[in-house]
Design a protein around this ligand. Structure first.
Ligand SMILES: O=C(O)C1=C[C@@H](OP(=O)(O)O)[C@@H](O)[C@H](O)C1
Ligand SMILES: C=C(OP(=O)(O)O)C(=O)O
Length: 464
């Protein structure tokens, strides 16, 4: 018998592959079917982007950083393990409660073995940036999905800073990163709006003397900037008249350990939220959702579509705005989502496409080219999932148009292509579609949302 996730031998009820974070399975498929009104109050796991960064910056700070609310998803666990291999002491104290003792900026040690980043583009690209600024060599690899994703977007600027790279054709992992002995600060204009690329350059810039500047065509999530400031680095942000944002870091700071409180991940909250909007009679509350202005594009779009979402008890926790969200079933209407909004909701298009299938009228989503290089080609995977479930749509090179009729027919099986967000989005679809929806593999859900099935079931969702 073989593990249905990685095809390694399956013995004594376990997958024999000894990859970090990989549990393997024989029963990865799952179906969702029409469910009664969803009700209740839930808390989603911690923000994935902030969790990676808390471990990375804690790992190069002086002293002990206490992290609460850390996402214990596979992606973040890979980052924790890789930081350990480069000298940081990373300890789990309790659920979501971790301590990190750092090595100081410039103090990374060379890892004795290959760094396995699993499914995580964020972990891989941010750590490639960090290694690029240190005089060490590290070999990065990932799973079948990550090893297909483009890395030239980070190797190009990091080469200018003095690092070198030996990888597979087309700039793919596995790849050796040979860190710069004397890293140079650069000024770099990002060719694509990407918080991962911005963060990789800033992390390399920590070890360079002088100022490293990243110019973003449109602002992307700013968790790196916020946390760098929180740990004592000098970061300047200037919004230019042409709409671009200039982020400048002064290199070679001493980072000082600082407590990090991780809010709930808005990208994970998106799934119960859309589920409640489309399942008739639903009324749920999702507590402690991060509302960083550069992450809320989905919520703004849903409200434009007619969603009844109330922000309760708005507050600031751990330097990020948060609120409890009350969501009630809503009659949605189609809207046009402009390309400029993409950076603030880049991971939410699959679940927005599901909401659009339950809206009345046409929803047009533009500026989606980046979806093609995520854990899967998300534009193609969403289009195939919509087709399998009888939803009329049109997908172009960088756009998606969904014709909503108030309810998706369902009845299809969706290929998830090792992509957690495709799996969760189509399970949400099945909760309100006329026929059940099946997804072929639910394993990858643990990368970002461990406990997804249990949380949805606790609200009344029927998953089998
Ligand atoms: O910086 C981050 O934490 C992330 C940035 C985004 O990727 P890009 O930078 O490639 O847009 C996003 O898709 C990813 O889930 C997390
Ligand atoms: C794109 C994602 O993550 P990453 O790039 O870190 O793999 C995601 O979580 O949707």
């Amino acid at each position: 018998m073989k593990c249905t996730v990685c095809q390694s031998d399956w013995r004594r009820g376990k997958c024999t592959a000894r990859r970090i974070g990989h549990r393997g399975s024989q029963v990865p498929a799952q179906s969702a079917q029409i469910s009664p009104a969803l009700t209740g109050t839930v808390t989603v796991p911690g923000d994935k982007s902030i969790s990676h960064r808390a471990l990375i910056l804690g790992g190069i700070a002086v002293g002990e950083t206490e992290v609460t609310g850390l996402l214990e998803g596979d992606d973040v666990l890979h980052t924790a393990e890789c930081m350990r291999r480069m000298g940081a002491t990373v300890t789990r104290v309790g659920e979501g409660h971790w301590r990190v003792r750092g090595v100081g900026v410039g103090g990374l040690i060379e890892p004795a073995d290959i760094l396995d980043m699993g499914n995580s583009g964020t972990g891989a690209r941010l750590l490639m940036g960090l290694v690029a600024g240190h005089p060490v060599t590290a070999i990065f690899t990932g799973d079948a999905s990550l090893n297909k994703r483009p890395m030239a977007r980070v190797t190009e600027p990091l080469s200018r800073m003095g690092a070198s790279f030996v990888g597979r054709a087309g700039g793919k992992l596995p790849m050796a990163v040979i860190g710069a002995r004397d890293p140079m600060p650069i000024e770099y204009r990002l060719p694509v709006a990407s918080a991962q690329v911005k963060s990789a350059i800033l992390l390399a810039g920590l070890c360079a003397p002088g100022e490293t500047t990243v110019i973003e065509p449109e602002p992307t999530r700013d968790h790196s900037e916020r946390l760098l400031g929180h740990f004592g680095a000098e970061v300047r942000i200037v919004d230019a008249a042409d709409g671009s944002r200039h982020v400048t870091l002064r290199g070679q700071p001493e980072l000082i350990a600082a407590p990090v409180v991780v809010p709930g991940d808005p990208s994970s909250a998106a799934f119960p939220i859309v589920a409640a909007l489309i399942v008739p009679g639903s009324d749920i509350t999702v507590r402690n959702v991060g509302l960083n202005p550069l992450r809320v594009g989905l919520f703004d779009t849903l409200i434009e579509m007619g969603a009844r979402i109330d922000y309760l008890d708005r507050r600031v926790a751990g330097g990020e705005p948060v609120a409890d969200l009350r969501i009630r079933h809503s009659e949605l209407k189609g809207v046009t989502v402009p390309a400029a909004r993409a950076p603030s909701m880049i991971d939410e298009y699959p679940v927005l496409a599901v909401a659009a299938a339950f809206a009345r009228g046409t929803t047009r989503m533009e500026g989606l080219a980046e979806l093609r290089v995520k854990e899967s080609d998300r534009l193609a995977a969403v289009a195939a999932g919509l087709a399998a479930n009888g939803v009329t749509h049109e997908a172009g090179a960088d756009y998606l148009v969904v014709q909503g009729t108030g309810r998706a027919p369902g009845g299809g099986t969706v290929a998830t292509h090792m992509d957690h967000r495709i799996a969760m989005s189509f399970l949400v679809m099945g909760l309100a579609s006329a026929q059940p929806v099946t997804v072929d593999d639910t394993h990858m859900i643990d990368t970002s949302f461990p406990g997804f099935g249990g949380l949805m079931t606790s609200l009344g969702a029927i998953l089998s």
